[in-house]
Design a protein around this ligand. Structure first.
Ligand code: ZN
Length: 199
């Protein structure tokens, strides 16, 4: 990682930083697809390209560890419609996901905004949807200490919509742990919420 090229790092004391190497990558890309990187519309593109990649890959989702005390009750906490954008690692094309998470707290609950942060953190890297869902479930389990965790993601992948079959398609992946492994009421409620989220 080129820490000297982050978007916020504008240089201390007014010195100019060397250009981000990603700008050369963008210029090379433009040349390879038959463009002229010096033409008017493209002159600022390499710098914007570099900035965007740095912002995406160096994204900081913030703290996710805040738990609130709660009388352990037999109830499921569910958060639906967490929307994230990620990049498919096979094509470097974006995919958007609506994520629904659920878990059964053991004595304490995680602040609701933390679920979005956890999801964003795992979305801001090169991904495949199935692995992202696994990672989100893993972290929710680790942070909350609950063995009962479920994550459902419904994603639209530009690598499917823009190329190949060129049909917008929703792909669903899910991880079910603990009480959600059973195809019973807990899971049914969750699936219904996930499907309502994006139609
Ligand atoms: Zn892809």
């Amino acid at each position: 990682m080129a820490e000297s090229h982050t978007a916020v790092d504008a240089g201390v004391g007014g010195e100019t930083l060397p250009p981000d190497p990603l700008e050369d990558v963008a210029r090379q890309l433009l040349l390879e697809i038959g463009e002229d990187p010096e033409r008017e519309g493209l002159r600022g593109t390499p710098a914007r390209f570099a900035r965007w990649w740095r912002e995406f890959s160096e994204y900081d989702a913030g703290d996710v560890g805040t738990l609130f005390e709660m009388k352990a009750q037999d109830q499921v906490v569910m958060v639906s419609d967490i929307n994230v954008w990620s990049l498919c690692e096979h094509h470097l094309l974006p995919f958007s996901c609506a994520i629904t998470v659920a878990y059964r707290p053991v004595g304490s609950v995680l602040g609701l905004s933390k679920f979005a942060r956890i999801a964003q953190r795992h979305a801001h890297r090169l991904q495949v949807q199935e692995r992202m869902v696994e990672e989100v479930a893993e972290e929710i389990g680790a942070v909350t200490g609950s063995p009962d965790v479920a994550v459902i993601a419904r994603g639209e992948h530009l690598c499917m919509s823009m190329r190949g079959i060129r049909t917008p398609a929703l792909m669903t992946s899910a991880v079910y742990r603990g009480i959600f492994e059973d195809d019973g009421p807990a899971r049914h409620e969750l699936v219904a919420a996930a499907l309502r989220g994006r139609s």
